[in-house]
Ligand binder design. Structure first.
Ligand code: MN
Ligand code: MN
Length: 467
């Protein structure tokens, strides 16, 4: 029997696009590297449940890696590593390159905020001998997913005298946790007939925080008083201090392996720490690059990038301008010559919901890092559409480094849509394209990604920084 390939088979190999499972491409050694990289990622996830914690953890890692606070009056030599901490909620890391800054910089921009439940400014109340916190959800969530799961509370409280109190409760095994109750199926006839958007309403996302009266004595608001007394003893706060606080309820579970083969990672907050961590590690592992390399870990993407810690703020532009002026250059010249990977996730094809995806143009778990040429909705509205030239450049770069990659759109046309920080970077006249990890159950309290895709994201950012 002949082993020879037919003319058609050979021509197919030459002409057809290939879709391959990353594990088959990278082999045993590559899979082991992906598993090992994922361990570091899972530790980062557990230590970084909020934007503040994600910045704090990244900053500690950067400092340990030799990054020092940026000083716009210092002329840094190539190889210098600097950081800018924007209000503890967004972080810029830069490794100074050999080339003239006028040739532009390489930017990898990921976000470190994730959908969650924020406490309202007046959160605490008692009803029917149960004490609650009222919440206002942050980002795009399916509200019903946040009931009947254990929650933890993270954040800061600024007391009347200005003292800052950090809160992190519900993560340790010994900590109490919190929960939003749901209706029992026996009495949920109407709820079950309503839409999933309406089954749980925003004002029903009230978190149970206690149920015993102060001094074990009945009285008006005695349960609320007991909670305030506990909070006063633990944190030294009064009810008014909630007005100057940012407290975020997040799922109280840790990142874990999923599957008998341990190929996947289940966790809260993959979007977008699954790109933030690889971009952070690429900054830490990048030594004396040609171009100056900038990793941005930003806040507020999930609510539209507005606010001074989001990328619609000028903080990145100001940094590039300060950097430019050190070397006698104009910030706008540096930006106009710069290139950016907007590091954000895309929706992975889910075989349980094939109807919303267009299979020929969607990303799949385990097929590598996903390049998203454009996002938006209703005819490419509200997006930066990467040019053929820049797509070509990134494609050549990834292929030359043997990095597994694919392309994806966010679902079928007119099925919905979404956005990333890409358009805010494009606003600075920077060449930009989205590149990130495909996610299953995106924006759920427990999202799923593949270890090989996480590793390919890291290798992509490292290759980009080494170009
Ligand atoms: Mn995202
Ligand atoms: Mn998102």
């Amino acid at each position: 029997m002949s082993e020879e390939k037919t003319k058609a088979e050979l021509l197919k190999e030459k002409l057809f696009i290939k879709k391959e499972h990353t594990s088959a491409v990278i082999g045993e050694k590559g899979n082991a590297e992906a598993d090992s990289f994922s361990e570091g990622y899972m530790s980062y996830l557990d230590a970084s449940k909020t934007e503040r914690e994600a910045v704090e953890t990244a900053l500690a890692m950067a400092k340990a890696g030799g990054f020092t606070e940026f000083d716009k009056n210092v002329r840094y030599p190539a190889g210098s590593k600097v950081y800018v901490n924007n209000r503890g909620k967004s972080l810029i890391l830069a490794v100074i390159g050999h080339k003239d800054i006028r040739e532009g910089v390489n930017i990898a921009a990921a976000h470190v905020d994730s959908p969650r439940l924020d406490l309202k400014p007046n959160p605490l109340y008692e009803d029917s001998d149960i004490a609650y916190f009222k919440t206002h959800y942050y980002g795009g969530i399916k509200k019903y997913q946040w009931t009947a799961i254990p929650l933890a509370l993270h954040g800061v409280i600024i007391k009347a005298d200005g003292e800052e109190v950090k809160v992190n409760i519900g993560e340790d095994a010994a900590d109490p946790k919190f929960v939003i109750t749901d209706l029992l199926p026996h009495l949920a006839g109407n709820q079950m007939r309503s839409t999933m958007a309406e089954g749980i309403k925003g004002e029903a996302l009230n978190i149970v925080i206690g149920s015993r009266p102060f001094d074990n004595t009945e009285g008006a608001e005695a349960v609320k008083l007991n909670i305030l007394n506990i909070l006063y003893e633990k944190y030294g706060i009064t009810e008014a201090d909630f007005l100057s606080a940012e407290l975020e309820a997040v799922p109280a579970f840790s990142a874990c392996d999923i599957g008998f083969d341990r190929s996947l990672i289940g966790s809260y907050g993959h979007d977008d720490r699954v790109c933030a961590y690889p971009a952070l590690m690429a900054a830490l592992d990048c030594e004396e690059p040609d171009y100056t390399c900038v990793t941005v870990l930003t806040d507020k993407e999930e609510t539209g990038s507005e606010g001074n810690t989001g990328l619609d703020s000028k903080y990145l532009e100001y940094f590039i301008c300060d950097l430019a002026s050190i070397y006698g250059a104009e910030g706008r010249d540096v930006l106009s010559a710069s290139k950016c990977l907007s590091a954000d996730v895309n929706a992975a094809f889910d075989p349980n919901f094939p109807e919303v995806f267009e299979r020929r143009n969607t990303s799949f778990i385990n097929q590598g890092v996903c390049i998203t040429k454009y996002t938006g909705a209703r005819g490419k509205g509200g997006t930066s559409d990467a040019s053929a030239e820049f797509m070509g450049e990134i494609r050549r770069l990834l292929d030359s480094e043997g990095i597994c990659w694919q392309t994806g759109e966010l679902g079928k046309i007119d099925e919905g849509g979404g956005g990333t920080v890409a358009k805010y970077i494009a606003h600075l006249n920077v060449d930009v394209v989205d590149l990130g990890v495909p996610v299953l159950s995106m924006h759920a309290p427990f999202e799923v990604v593949s270890k090989t895709d996480v590793y390919m994201a890291y290798r992509a950012f490292l290759a980009f920084f080494s170009r």
